[in-house]
Each structure stands twice: as structure tokens, then as C-alpha cells.
Design a protein around this ligand. Structure first.
Ligand SMILES: Cc1cc2nc3c(=O)[nH]c(=O)nc-3n(C[C@H](O)[C@H](O)[C@H](O)COP(=O)(O)OP(=O)(O)OC[C@H]3O[C@@H](n4cnc5c(N)ncnc54)[C@H](O)[C@@H]3O)c2cc1C
Length: 410
């Protein structure tokens, strides 16, 4: 037991640990080379199906809809235990299970839920989130993709961007503007769209890591049946909030990634101590490691406090965003310090290098995304200022103006 689990939670943790020890053997070690997308998706789907069969695939969803009927705390405990392994998973599973299913269950028809929930929870159907656009990210309600009614269909034109796993997704969660004469939050409608519909073009965006996990998606005269609408016409903002709330829950505050970053850093510092006055043999390095360790412990205990609040049926409150805010910049700082410790070796890449070294190189190039995705640092700070500290709100002069009267909407 890692912290003050209730007896029921401790029993669940023991059960989950035993199941993982038996079933996740293949993922105990970090793979020698990063998995390519095809392998990752194939293994990730198989792992999700295995979890579903064992009752761990959708822990917090009610039994009536195919979940385990467990608590959010049990879901968090399982994620924490799973985080000890190098599981082939990622947003390509999380968007479907953690965002599409809860959104459809809250706003979709029963038929829609019956059609999509089970295959999504097994990992057979993959989803992507078609929200952000070139001029609409933090200010999502400024989006310009248009959907125009034509008989029983809607015809959609526009462009989305940063669409994670859009290149492997079967279905997309789409928000589009259906009435530009309304203020920006009010003229939006939410749809689900089959990614194989004619007129959808997915173009990969290459990241500094060499991978292309996200994409640009161009929509030209894409026809979506009205039956695939979620919620009211022009009521899409409310539906989008359900999706975003579930995204925040999924990305809020690390589940061991912080600890694995520290472990890699510590392992490098220990190896460097083979040379006199280097690595752990150097007092300045030890001091810096103690600093990162203290932050890591603080984050862990902060996460536990939030989890405890959730398990008591309370809200973790507006301070919860601190977890992501601190953890993202701390991971970046640890990766940068690890590169410093490596000196010239920091520029070496390839399959033959130490796995800890390889993981910090990847982290260095990758973890900047953590400070943007799921709410940028500045946006989270605004939330803290307004909701936790009660400071005056951000200035929003365009909030009640019809979208087509704004410069961006003309
Ligand atoms: C790895 C990754 C995966 C993603 N996956 C998806 C996906 O699958 N689907 C999807 O729809 N989107 C996705 N996104 C997009 C993500 O939601 C946006 O990048 C994010 O909302 C920020 O929007 P933006 O990039 O347009 O930046 P902007 O909103 O233009 O922000 C630019 C800068 O201005 C700052 N800023 C903006 N508004 C304010 C303000 N009011 N006050 C102070 N500062 C402000 C920001 O903090 C930032 O520094 C992903 C992003 C990343 C990095």
C-alpha cells in the first residue's frame, strides 16, 4: 500500500497489482527501441481488450454501460499501478475510452451509445478529437469550421489542427460553427464523424522527436448525417465541455511519469559518479537532485490529496490544476538538467545508448508538449488567478458579440 488507502482500496490495489504482475510481464522493461505507430496501436488495442476481459478496461463507468462500476479512486489506483509498466497505450485509446464514451453516454442517443460504447471500450474503435484550429486553441470558441444543414445531412468545411492520432482514428469528435450570427460560444454544434467519410484529408505533422503523433485535418464538403449530432443544434459548447472535463481528468497531474523522470536522472547521476567529482560525487549535483526529489514528493502527495478528495465524493477544487502546471515544467527542467549532466554525450542518439540516457533525450524533445496540451501554462495560471485566488477575470470583450461581427468571423 502506498498511501492511506481505505481497506477496500487497499484490497483493490493488491488485486490490481497481482493481475498486472501476471499479465503485464512483457511490459516490465522499457522497449530497447521506441515502438513505431503500427506496433504501438496493435499492442495497445490488444492490451485494452485484455483489460476489458478482466474488468479493468473501464473501471469508473457504470456496469449498465459495460464498465466495472468502480469508483474514480479505483480507476486512479489502477492507472498508478499500471504506470509501473511500459504499457503500449496512449491517447489513441484514452480519447475513445476517456472522452468519447462519457460524452456519448451523456449527450448521445441510446442507439448511438449501443453502437459505439462496447467496441470503443475494447479498443476496437479508435477516436480523435477534432476541436483545435489554426486560430482556435486556448480560445476554442473562436473556431471557424462551418457546418451547414442540407436535408438530413450537415455539410462541413474547414480545417482542424493538432489532431492527435487522427491518422489511425476510425471516428472523430467534431465541433463546428452552425450559426455565425450568434455569439461565439452559442453558435456551435457537436458531431461524431466517420474518419473515412469522403472529403476528410489527414496530413501528419512531424514533431522534434521524429514522430508524427498529431495531424492537420482538412474537411471539404464532408457530409455528416444529422443522426450523428450530439446535443442541441447550436448547443455544442455544453457537449464540448463534457469532453474537455473528461480530458482534464485524464491528464490531471501525472501518474508516475514524474517519478520515472527522476529515476532516469538519478541513474545518470550515479553512473557519472564513476569519474571523480562528477555526478553524485559532486555536492552541487546532489543538491540539485534533492531539489527535484522534493518537488516530485510534493507532487505525489498533492495527487494523493486530490485522489482522497475524489474518493470522499468531494471536488479537488480549483487548485487541482497545480498538479499539471508544476509537473510539466518540472519534467522539462529535469530533462534539461540530465542533458547538462551528460555533457557532450547529450548529443549522442541511437539504439546502442543506455536506456536511461535514451529516455532523457526523448523527454527533452517531447515534454514541451505537456506545457501546452490540455490547457497551456498561462491558461492554467489564469484559472488559478480567477477561481482559486478570486482575482479579476481575463478581459473577454468578444463574449457577447455575434461571431460574424468579429474580425475573425467575417
Ligand atoms: C501534444 C498535443 C496534442 C494535442 N492534441 C489535440 C487533439 O487531439 N485535438 C485537439 O483538438 N487539439 C489538440 N491539441 C491542441 C491543444 O488543445 C492546443 O494546442 C491548446 O489548446 C493551445 O492552443 P494553441 O496551440 O492554439 O495556442 P494559443 O491558444 O494560440 O496560445 C499561444 C500562447 O498564448 C497563450 N495564451 C492564450 N490565451 C491566453 C490568455 N487568455 N491569457 C494568457 N495567455 C494566453 C498560451 O498560453 C500560449 O503560450 C494538442 C496539443 C498538443 C501540444
Amino acid at each position: 500500500m502506498d498511501f492511506n488507502d481505505t481497506p477496500e482500496e487497499a484490497a483493490f490495489r493488491t488485486e490490481a497489482r497481482a493481475w498486472l504482475a501476471e499479465n503485464a510481464q512483457d511490459y516490465k522493461q522499457r522497449p530497447a527501441t521506441p515502438r513505431d505507430d503500427d506496433t504501438l496501436v496493435r499492442l495497445g488495442k490488444a492490451w485494452q481488450a485484455k483489460k476489458m476481459d478482466a474488468g479493468y478496461g473501464a473501471i469508473a463507468l457504470p456496469k449498465a454501460v459495460g464498465g466495472r462500476g468502480g469508483t474514480p479512486m479505483e480507476a486512479a489506483i489502477f492507472a498508478e499501478e499500471e504506470g509501473r509498466y511500459h504499457i503500449p497505450s496512449g491517447a489513441f485509446i484514452g480519447i475513445g475510452v476517456g472522452m468519447a464514451v462519457p460524452t456519448i453516454s451523456m449527450h448521445g442517443s441510446i442507439e448511438m451509445f449501443k453502437k459505439f460504447a462496447a467496441p470503443t471500450m475494447r479498443g476496437d474503435l479508435l477516436w480523435c478529437q477534432l476541436f483545435s484550429e489554426p486560430a482556435a486553441g486556448s480560445d476554442l470558441a473562436g473556431l471557424r469550421t462551418r457546418a451547414v444543414r442540407d436535408g438530413d445531412d450537415w455539410v462541413v468545411n474547414g480545417q482542424k489542427v493538432w489532431t492527435s492520432w487522427g491518422h489511425v482514428a476510425d471516428w472523430g469528435l467534431l465541433i463546428a460553427r452552425t450559426d455565425p450570427s450568434l455569439p461565439k460560444h452559442k453558435g456551435l454544434t457537436y458531431f461524431i464523424v466517420d474518419m473515412k467519410t469522403p472529403g476528410i484529408e489527414v496530413r501528419p505533422i512531424r514533431q522534434p522527436t521524429g514522430r508524427s503523433e498529431f495531424n492537420e485535418v482538412f474537411l471539404t464538403d464532408v457530409r455528416i448525417p444529422d443522426a450523428n449530432r450530439l446535443g442541441e443544434i447550436n448547443g455544442g459548447w455544453k457537449v464540448a465541455m463534457t469532453t474537455l472535463m473528461n480530458e482534464r481528468v485524464g491528464s490531471g497531474g501525472g501518474s508516475g511519469a514524474e517519478a520515472s523522470g527522476f529515476k532516469a536522472l538519478y541513474s545518470l547521476a550515479r553512473k557519472a559518479a564513476r569519474h571523480e567529482g562528477q555526478g553524485l560525487a559532486n555536492a552541487a549535483v546532489r543538491e540539485k537532485l534533492a531539489h527535484f526529489y522534493a518537488i516530485e514528493q510534493g507532487l505525489k502527495n498533492f495527487r494523493y490529496r486530490n485522489m482522497t478528495a475524489v474518493s470522499r465524493g468531494e471536488s479537488p477544487g480549483p487548485n487541482a490544476v497545480l498538479g499539471k502546471l508544476i509537473s510539466a515544467s518540472n519534467m522539462e527542467a529535469m530533462a534539461a538538467y540530465a542533458m547538462e549532466l551528460e555533457d557532450y554525450a547529450g548529443i549522442v542518439a541511437g539504439n546502442d545508448i543506455d536506456p536511461a540516457q535514451d529516455s532523457v533525450h526523448f523527454a527533452m524533445l517531447w515534454c514541451a508538449v505537456l506545457r501546452i496540451a490540455g490547457g497551456s501554462d498561462e491558461v492554467l495560471r489564469n484559472q488559478l488567478a480567477e477561481r482559486a485566488l478570486g482575482m479579476p477575470g481575463d478581459i473577454r470583450v468578444d463574449k457577447d458579440v455575434p461571431f460574424d461581427q468579429l474580425p475573425v468571423g467575417r
